[in-house]
Structures are given as structure tokens and as C-alpha cells.
Design a protein around this ligand. Structure first.
Ligand code: GBH
Length: 481
């Protein structure tokens, strides 16, 4: 099995490889071997944790930071759980050394963090707020002093409030690339990996079409589709600006939550259906980046509401990437059928298992299929799992323990299935667990905890959960425990 790299053998043996894999794992059990060799990760595989600026930093008004759309939105009554805001969050703005201490204790080699655009440019464009940039210099220096490699996301939803029209305005895409190029230039002597944007659908559709995220608008289809276009254009212009301002070795990608289609069973027709669904249902976002066009099925679907595309846009959007980061949490099941589309999405039965957030249904094979569909369709140079994790109904015991066995179960299963992708030769280079610690979970406020460290939001005390201990072991052994 070790030698069986399915990329060498081609698509036709995929199902056979899957069976062989299962067989190998069972043999180990049968012979009672203490070390399940099949679940060892390759040397050099990167283990990390992820966070995002608005969710952990607090210091909302510290040292000249300007407001973002999430400050405004969370301060608007009725928008977030109990009106909670990121004003203080985990106060990483002041406690970053402690947080880097937590990373150190876990033994991670990398940390994925994001930059608050309005901390650096309070109005979204010049003038610069040097104190804002200094904060990131301090964080990065502290990470490097602890041998932890920073992976920097330039935009994780906290758009400067001052930018007129937000993502409705095409100028925002240009403002983003100016900001991205500037920050990358300042950091690139110490940071080699940049992600432009995090999860297009969340800052475009959820913010401007459905309204449950900032800025909370419910625009019609034409305008909302244009917002999507400005989002991916920002990414594309951002890639160009980062490349123009950094050394050749700098690696540029993004973090995207493509819808992950899992075939209802591993037969040729359903596997093909999953691939087709992946391409068609991610058409406004990842597919456009990978193919440099809006594919025919999307254009048909949006009809007269298609986004307006200016000359050069699609070339920018398709700028070559060094890696694709996938945020993977949950599956969508699909099967082949004889409709014109050729596939049908299976709704989750109401008894379907889910984690503590209602949207987070449990199906750990999604992490394998997420990687496989994207790689088989577009052959990216590298893949990172830029987020994976779960909320859990965590309770701090009087002895100061959090026994989050459900999170351990979730993570163990996902890493088991991710291992299959690695074993079959897909170019997965690293994994970032969401999240280092409990934090501001957007519209859910502090009611949903995703951390492997428990945060008491009154005292800001951090306590490692059982899952932190478990992850420390995974990293130390470089295998799924
Ligand atoms: C990621 O989004 C984010 O990158 C990260 O910031 C976040 O903390 C983490 O996951 C955990 O949620 O309100 O029912 O409409 C994951 C994808 C998309 C999941 C938006 C929640 C809202 C569901 N998210 N979705 S609903």
C-alpha cells in the first residue's frame, strides 16, 4: 500500500485503492500491532492552529484602530447572539505572548493568523497607522523567536467600515490589493506564506445577500452577484500585488470553504457526480479562480443577473497560486441521477448527527473528498487544510478540566480521513486546527466554542482542554492517536 500512489496509477484505480486502504488498516488490527502505521503522517507535514483577527484580538479601539464592518454590525442590536461584540474577545492584542506560549506548548510548527486591515489602515486606504502595523511585527517576531512559522491571512471578513459601499464598490477590490501589497512587503522579510482572503461566500453572500453576517444587507441577485465578483477580483488583484512586492520564494494562496461534495458511495458514477457538483456549485468562487472564467452552467443559472466583468478581471482572478487552502468542516452528500445536471444533492435527514453548531453535521470523509475533488479537477500545486475543527458544549469542571471527548472524536476522525488523502499522494502539506482557543464566533457571539483551549471570557484565563492534550500528542508522534 505504501507504494500505491493513486496519482501514478490514474483515476480508474481509485476505488480499488480505497478498498486496499481499508484492508491495510484492518490487517494492523488483526495482527494487534501497537502502531497503526497507516495513520503515520509524512515527515515534514505541518501541524498548526488557526485564528482570525476580529475573533481573538479585541483592542477594538487600541492604538488608533479604525472600525470594521464587524464592529458596526455587532454593535447593532439584534445582529449577534446577546449583542456580543469583538471589543475585547480574547484580548490577544495584549495577551499575544501568552497565546504564543500556548502554541509552543502544543508543539505546533505553524500558526495561521489574520491581519485586521483597519488596524493598519484605519480608513481602509492611506494614511497608515504605524502602531497597528507594529502590533503584527511584534506578533511575528515572537512567533519566530519560538520557532513557529506564521501563515498570514490578509482578509478574514473585517472590512474597514470607512470604505464607501464596502464590497458593492469595485474600488474596494483595488483598495484591498493596495493594502495587501503594502502589508506583504512589510512582512515578507519574515513571512513566506500569505493567504489573500478567507471564505468568499461568508463576506459576500452572507453579508450582502442573506444578511446574517456584516454588513447585514439583503441585496437582490444582480447586486449580490456583483459583490461576489468584487470579492474574487480583490483576491486576484491581491495575488498580483503580493507577488509584485515580495521576494520570488513567497508563497501565495487563499483559504476557501468550497462546498465539499461526498459521493453517497464510492462507485464511478457517484464519484463523477461529486466532482461535477464541486465544479458547478463552486462556480462563482473557486471554480472561477481555477479556470479563469464563469462556467456555462453558472452563467445560465444567473442569466440577466450575471456580474459585470471588465477586461483583465478574469486574468487577475486566475493568477497562478502556490497553494489552495481549504477550510473543511462538514460534508454535502451527492449522488448521480438522470437529470440534466447529472447529479442530485442529498438533503441531510433530520436525525443526521451534528456537532454543537446546527450547521456542522458530522461526516469526516469530507476532508478526504474536499482534497480529492479539488485536486482531481484542478491539480493545484499544494493544498493546506487551513481550517478544520468543531464547536462543542464545553464545561469547565471545578477542577479546571474540559473533557471535550466529542471534539477529540471529531478531530481524530477527520485526521484519519485526511491521512487517506496524503497516503494516496495528494499534495497536502499541512493542517491548521480551528481554533487555538475559544473566540468570537461571529453572529453566534461567544455561545459557540471552537477552541482547544477554553477561555473564560470574564477573566480571559486560557485552560487547555482534553483536545489540546490530544493534539499535542498527535504532533509529537506525527500520527493520529
Ligand atoms: C469558518 O467558517 C470561519 O472561517 C471561521 O472564522 C469560523 O470561526 C469557523 O469557520 C467556525 O464557524 O448561521 O446557519 O447561516 C466556516 C463556514 C459559514 C459556517 C457560515 C457557518 C453560517 C451558518 N461557516 N455558516 S448559518
Amino acid at each position: 500500500m505504501k507504494k500505491m500512489n493513486r496519482r501514478q496509477f490514474g483515476k480508474s484505480v481509485a476505488a480499488a485503492a480505497a478498498t486496499a486502504y481499508a484492508g491495510t488498516a484492518m490487517q494492523h488490527l488483526a495482527f494487534g500491532q501497537p502502531e497503526p502505521m497507516a495513520l503515520r503522517y509524512p515527515k515534514g507535514f505541518l501541524w498548526g492552529c488557526a485564528t482570525a483577527a476580529y475573533q481573538v484580538e479585541g483592542g477594538a479601539q487600541a492604538d488608533g484602530r479604525g472600525p470594521s464592518v464587524w464592529d458596526t454590525f455587532s454593535h447593532t442590536p439584534g445582529k449577534t447572539y446577546h449583542g456580543e461584540t469583538g471589543d475585547v474577545a480574547d484580548d490577544s492584542y495584549h495577551l499575544y505572548k501568552e497565546d504564543i506560549g500556548l502554541l509552543k506548548a502544543l508543539g505546533v510548527s505553524t500558526y495561521r493568523m489574520s491581519i485586521s486591515w483597519s488596524r493598519v489602515f484605519p480608513s481602509g486606504t492611506t494614511p497608515l497607522n504605524p502602531k497597528g502595523l507594529d502590533y503584527y511585527n511584534r506578533v511575528i517576531d515572537e512567533l519566530l523567536a519560538n520557532n513557529i512559522t506564521p501563515y498570514v491571512t490578509l482578509f478574514h471578513w473585517d472590512l474597514p467600515q470607512a470604505l464607501p459601499g464596502g464590497w458593492r464598490n469595485r474600488d474596494t477590490s483595488k483598495a484591498f490589493s493596495d493594502y495587501a501589497g503594502f502589508v506583504a512587503k512589510k512582512l515578507s522579510d519574515r513571512v513566506q506564506h500569505f493567504m489573500t482572503t478567507n471564505e468568499f461566500v461568508c463576506f459576500t453572500d452572507l453579508g450582502y445577500r442573506y444578511g446574517q453576517f456584516a454588513p447585514g444587507l439583503r441585496l437582490g441577485d444582480a447586486e449580490a452577484n456583483q459583490v461576489r465578483h468584487h470579492g474574487i477580483l480583490a483576491h486576484g488583484l491581491g495575488v498580483q500585488a503580493i507577488r509584485a512586492n515580495t521576494p520570488k520564494e513567497t508563497q501565495v494562496g487563499l483559504a476557501e470553504n468550497a462546498v465539499v461534495y461526498v459521493p453517497v458511495m464510492e462507485t464511478k458514477e457517484h464519484i463523477e457526480a461529486a466532482e461535477k457538483a464541486t465544479r458547478e456549485d463552486n462556480a462563482p468562487f473557486l471554480t472561477a479562480l481555477m479556470e479563469g472564467k464563469y462556467i456555462e452552467s453558472y452563467l445560465q443559472q444567473v442569466g440577466a443577473n450575471a456580474p459585470k466583468v471588465e477586461p483583465g478581471d478574469m486574468e487577475a482572478i486566475a493568477s497562478p497560486l502556490d497553494f489552495v487552502g481549504l477550510n473543511i468542516y462538514t460534508p454535502t452528500y451527492v449522488r448521480a441521477d438522470d437529470s440534466a445536471k447529472g447529479y442530485a444533492v442529498e438533503p441531510n435527514p433530520s436525525s443526521y448527527p451534528h456537532m454543537y453548531s446546527p450547521w456542522l453535521t458530522l461526516g469526516p470523509e469530507c476532508i478526504y473528498w474536499g482534497v480529492r475533488n479539488v485536486c482531481d479537477l484542478w491539480k493545484p500545486k499544494g493544498i493546506y487544510i487551513t481550517e478544520n475543527g468543531t464547536s462543542s458544549d464545553d464545561v469547565l469542571s471545578p477542577e479546571g478540566r474540559v473533557e471535550d471527548v466529542d471534539r477529540v472524536m471529531y478531530l481524530r476522525n477527520h485526521l484519519t480521513h485526511l491521512h487517506r488523502a496524503v497516503d494516496e499522494g495528494y499534495p497536502v502539506k499541512g493542517y491548521f486546527l480551528w481554533s487555538l482557543m475559544d473566540n468570537f464566533e461571529w453572529a453566534d457571539g461567544y455561545s459557540k466554542r471552537f477552541g482547544i483551549h477554553y477561555v473564560d471570557f470574564k477573566t480571559l484565563k486560557r485552560t487547555p482542554k482534553l483536545s489540546a492534550e490530544w493534539y499535542r500528542n498527535v504532533i509529537a508522534q506525527n500520527r493520529v492517536e
